[in-house]
Design a protein around this ligand. Sequence first.
Ligand SMILES: [Zn+2]
Length: 84
Amino acid sequence: MEVLKDKILIASKEHKCTWCGEQIEKGEAYHYYTGIHDGHFQTTHLHIECSDELAEKASYWGEDYEFAPYMNDRPEVDGCEVGT
Ligand SMILES: [Zn+2]
């Protein structure tokens, strides 16, 4: 996978997290990257914690690690309860 852009952005509209399938809310920070994978242009939006989880898996399995989009568990964030 050739990464073209890799940065942390603040969502200006809602996105769906490619890792967990949950919504990334407007105004929330998220990890955005685009790249070429098997000749296909790919855009990925990730919660920060999902991005960390993916980075951890990728470092274990290697950089060609592939995951099933929207099918993974969103990691818990310590001390940051949302909606309470
Ligand atoms: Zn997520």
